[in-house]
Design a protein around this ligand. Structure first.
Ligand SMILES: Cc1cc2nc3c(=O)[nH]c(=O)nc-3n(C[C@H](O)[C@H](O)[C@H](O)COP(=O)(O)O)c2cc1C
Length: 187
């Protein structure tokens, strides 16, 4: 086994797209890999100081979409360009959006599935950001990505994961087992 110094190499990491409205109502989005499920109906994101942070401080509502192979280029773009300097960033990304049904934040139509969220807590808030805890108030999924049982079909979505080691994006593959069940073979 080879050893490496401690670094942000938790695997796999998501590619979350946080959608908010700027002060004038223009949609904005940013890419976030440092996030995950916090509690049953809550997510967390380690959030720096961004246009998105300004928007959340003002409004407190956001959407979280999951980037895909088809949205990769624009998903990376919204992670390297700030709405603070490029207010028409979403027009440049080429994304259409509609206002969320349950939150005042944009749902980008290019994503298979989106969480509509409301800020619940800002942990360790400082000038450089905070750990965002947000409640999931609704989930929308494009009908194209539903399974036969009516629930979202993750296998159909071509979701991508962030590779923090080689700074890349990797497309998620196929289902390889049944959770809470495959292990029973060893009971
Ligand atoms: C792959 C990737 C992952 C990122 N993860 C995070 C993150 O977890 N938290 C964060 O605050 N910024 C993260 N960023 C940086 C923001 O997306 C970036 O600063 C963005 O331009 C902010 O946009 P805004 O100022 O328009 O809100 C990430 C960027 C990339 C490309």
């Amino acid at each position: 086994m080879k050893s490496f110094k401690p670094q942000a190499w938790l695997l796999p990491q998501p590619v979350l797209i946080l959608g908010t409205y700027d002060a004038d109502g223009t949609p904005n989005a940013m890419n976030a890999a440092w996030g995950g499920q916090w509690d049953r109906n809550e997510i967390m994101v380690s959030l720096g100081s961004h246009a998105t942070t300004d928007n959340l401080n003002r409004c407190g509502e956001l959407t979280i979409g999951f980037a895909t192979t088809d949205t990769l280029v624009a998903a990376d773009y919204v992670g390297i360009v700030s709405g603070r300097k490029t207010p028409d960033k979403i027009a440049k990304a080429g994304w259409n959006s509609v206002k969320g049904e349950h939150v005042n934040a944009p749902v980008f139509e290019c994503f298979p599935m989106t969480l509509e969220c409301r800020v619940k807590e800002k942990l360790y808030e400082s000038a450089t950001g905070y750990y965002l805890i947000a409640e999931i108030v609704n989930i929308v999924c494009d009908e194209k990505y539903l399974a036969a049982d009516g629930n979202p079909d993750v296998e159909k979505m071509k979701l991508i994961t962030f590779d923090p080691v080689h700074l890349g994006y990797i497309e998620l593959g196929k289902r390889v087992g049944d959770a809470f069940s495959a292990g029973k073979a060893l009971k």
